[in-house]
Design a protein around this ligand. Structure first.
Ligand SMILES: Cc1cc2nc3c(=O)[nH]c(=O)nc-3n(C[C@H](O)[C@H](O)[C@H](O)COP(=O)(O)O)c2cc1C
Length: 346
């Protein structure tokens, strides 16, 4: 039987897919198109030497991108999680599940998350909860899928936009406690509104395993919650709230964040992955685009898309003279006037 929370998970999935399919995600601020790559000096390099692998929280990842947190918590989302996990296993990339809070309240929903470990016994899997959960819940969420890391999402904008969402946010001390006590690395993540310089400094001081800047220009929970609000109980207009992924990455660079940075939000191609790495991301993840691909083209289609990225990324790195993702940071680029202007205000 579906609980209200399970129904919400189904609605998030169908609305996110609809907006991606129809190309209706709202655009906020600078996009990946605001950055152009400039040919660098000639460098001795061959494609064979290029290694796209990264090391993040003491773990070696063959690929610097993964499937970001989306779903679980209902019968239909279990099937989506199963497909995502099988694809992650076949393409050797990491994967995060959606918030497991629903399964902590209703144990009957735990199978929709556990399926990812069944389908991907040896893969790197990331658990997910909101930032208000106590350490006991963190342990339970990690155990549920035998997770290798956990993401704690900070989503004030989304909660306030939901009629049934939280209204109080006493998160900072709790985040510090969880980072100190969690059995696995803790990633603090936004869900699409991005992060500015002050927030980044504040989170960096907590020394998490990574910060996922979760920027705009992809899936928009402002838009999704508005569409769910059929009774017009949401008085918020969040259309001018937040920073894009590109802007958030440059904000992190500006304040010299020491924690590893993960870039999510509107990543739709290996070119976007390359640009995000260029702007200082240690890893990159994509949610809505992968979901949209899965829904349109099935599991084989999603696998083909990921394999295409795995073919393209080393080629782009060779083009830019970078033998490793870290070397992409030195690649020359042009910023649009709009983006330059934004950066001056950080
Ligand atoms: C259907 C759907 C459900 C999501 N559920 C969660 C969630 O439970 N927890 C979370 O941290 N992020 C969740 N997200 C946010 C994504 O992890 C990601 O931060 C956001 O969608 C921006 O990335 P994108 O533009 O690649 O979709 C969800 C995204 C989608 C599309």
């Amino acid at each position: 039987m579906n609980t209200p929370q399970s129904n919400r998970k189904n609605e998030h999935l169908s609305l996110a897919t609809k907006f991606w399919r129809e190309g209706e995600n709202p655009q906020v601020g600078a996009t990946f198109d605001d950055i152009r790559w400039i040919p660098g000096t000639l460098r001795d390099i061959s494609l064979e030497e290029v290694q796209a692998a990264v090391q993040v929280f003491d773990h070696h990842f063959d690929w610097p991108f993964y499937i970001e947190a989306m779903t679980g918590g209902s019968e239909s989302t279990k099937r989506v999680n199963a497909d995502l996990a099988s694809t992650a296993a076949k393409t050797n990339i990491a994967m995060a599940v959606g918030s497991q809070s629903v399964a902590l309240k209703d144990l009957a929903q735990a199978d929709s998350f556990k399926i990812v470990r069944e389908k991907n016994p040896d893969g790197f899997l990331i658990a997910n909860l909101g930032a208000d959960h106590p350490i006991e819940n963190v342990r339970a969420a990690v155990d549920m899928i035998d997770a290798n890391a956990i993401e704690l999402h900070i989503n004030v904008g989304q909660e306030l936009a939901m009629a049934e969402g939280d209204r109080s946010f006493y998160w900072l001390d709790n985040l510090a406690t969880i980072i100190a006590k969690s059995p696995v690395p803790v990633i603090i993540k936004e869900v699409g509104f991005g992060m500015g310089t002050d927030l980044l400094k504040q989170l960096d001081a907590l020394h998490p395993a990574a910060i996922n800047i979760g920027g705009g220009n992809g899936t928009s929970f402002a838009q999704i919650e508005q569409a769910r609000d059929r009774k017009h109980e949401n008085p918020l207009d969040l259309s001018s709230f937040g920073l894009s992924t590109v802007e958030s990455l440059l904000a992190a660079e500006k304040v010299g964040v020491k924690s590893p940075i993960i870039a999510t939000g509107g990543i739709q191609s290996a070119k976007d992955v390359t640009t995000a790495l260029m702007l200082g991301a240690n890893a990159v993840s994509s949610a809505g685009h992968f979901l949209d691909t899965l829904m349109r083209d099935g599991q084989a289609g999603l696998q083909a898309e990921i394999e295409l990225w795995q073919q393209q990324l080393p080629l782009y790195m060779t083009l830019l003279g970078a033998k490793t993702p870290a070397e992409l940071r030195a690649a020359k680029r042009l910023y649009s006037a709009n983006l330059k202007n934004t950066m001056q205000q950080f």
